[in-house]
Design a protein around this ligand. Structure first.
Ligand code: AMP
Length: 296
């Protein structure tokens, strides 16, 4: 619930961590409820849905736009990651954001920096297994942002399910005073999960990309029709992706526990079906929570 009406001043744009800390602290000490939405920018409707949700839950909404170097591996797209700060600032303001934080890398990683945050073992599967060090980089930067802002809420997308699960665990383990909330994936009309990286797709790749989601939905259909053999279900969904996304290279298709991300071999009530596919220059990820709630 919002505790007070929205203030009239325009959006603040900060680059200095100390000023961010002071501003967030002042809001908290005024009894205002605060929310943080961390992003890497090049905002799209998925990011904006998180900001609008934050707006509905908090008196002050902060976002960060920071392409975090420590979460990119060698050979990944750090240097080419799409950026458009001017447009991002306009969209954030329209979404009702109160404060945008855009630090330089040196502000987040002071000279001589050696500290990393690791959520041990939760990166053994899915993206973590293919992007060594990625989630250590994510956990480190999000821990820094949370410690600077100490928000009541921090909001993340379910598209990056492994990230969300790891950050929930981190906030719990570090006893941070922040509730980590996940929000549903926002999609293009044809089902493709929105991503800043979709701009890398050629028209042919873009036409095939929604078939990843379609294949995941096939997984739920198989479950609904009584399929209970995990290996067989995975093989059918894998074949579907290989047939319908021929321009892509399937990196993984896995069925894991939604909380601890360990592979499942028997059917629990819910399991996360997650895929990553390299499609031209874009690495796309998507997931679907499969449920046997029908009891069949
Ligand atoms: P990024 O800028 O890619 O680091 O994403 C910033 C936040 O937006 C993360 O919490 C993502 O999970 C979330 N996000 C990215 N794409 C989507 C989407 N299509 N729908 C909802 N949330 C998203």
């Amino acid at each position: 619930m919002r505790l007070s009406s929205r203030h009239e001043t325009s959006m603040e744009h900060l680059t200095d961590p100390t000023t961010l800390r002071e501003t967030a602290q002042a809001w908290r000490s005024q009894g205002l409820r605060t929310a943080l939405v961390p992003t890497m920018g090049f905002l799209h409707a998925g990011h904006l849905s998180l900001m609008k949700y934050a707006r509905s839950q908090a008196d002050r909404v902060m976002i960060s736009i920071f392409v975090n170097p420590t979460q990119f591996g060698p050979g990944e797209d750090l240097a080419n990651y799409p950026r458009d700060l001017e447009r991002d600032l306009r969209l954030a303001e329209e979404a009702g954001v109160d404060l945008v934080f855009t630090p330089e890398p040196e502000a987040m990683y002071p000279p001589g920096d050696r500290t990393r945050v690791e959520v041990v073992g939760m990166d053994a599967h899915l993206c973590g297994a293919r992007r060594p060090g990625h989630f250590k980089g994510v956990a480190t930067v999000v821990a820094k942002l949370l410690l600077l802002t100490l928000p009541h809420l921090a909001i993340f997308g379910e598209k990056d399910w492994q990230q969300l699960a790891i950050l929930k665990r981190m906030a719990l383990d570090l006893r941070l005073p922040t509730t980590i909330l996940g929000r549903p994936t926002v999609r293009e009309p044809d089902g493709l999960a929105m991503s800043s990286r979709n701009v890398y797709l050629t028209p042919i790749e873009r036409a095939q990309a929604p078939n990843v989601r379609a294949a995941l939905l096939r997984g739920q259909e198989l479950l609904d029709s009584g399929e209970r053999d995990v290996e067989r279900l995975l093989a059918l969904v894998r074949d579907d992706i290989l047939a319908n996304v021929p321009a892509g290279r399937l990196e993984y298709l896995e069925l894991v526990d939604p909380d601890d991300l360990e592979p499942v071999s028997e059917w629990p009530e819910q399991a996360l079906l997650a895929a990553a596919i390299q499609l031209g220059k874009a690495r796309l990820i998507d997931n679907l929570l499969l449920t046997t709630a029908g009891g069949r």
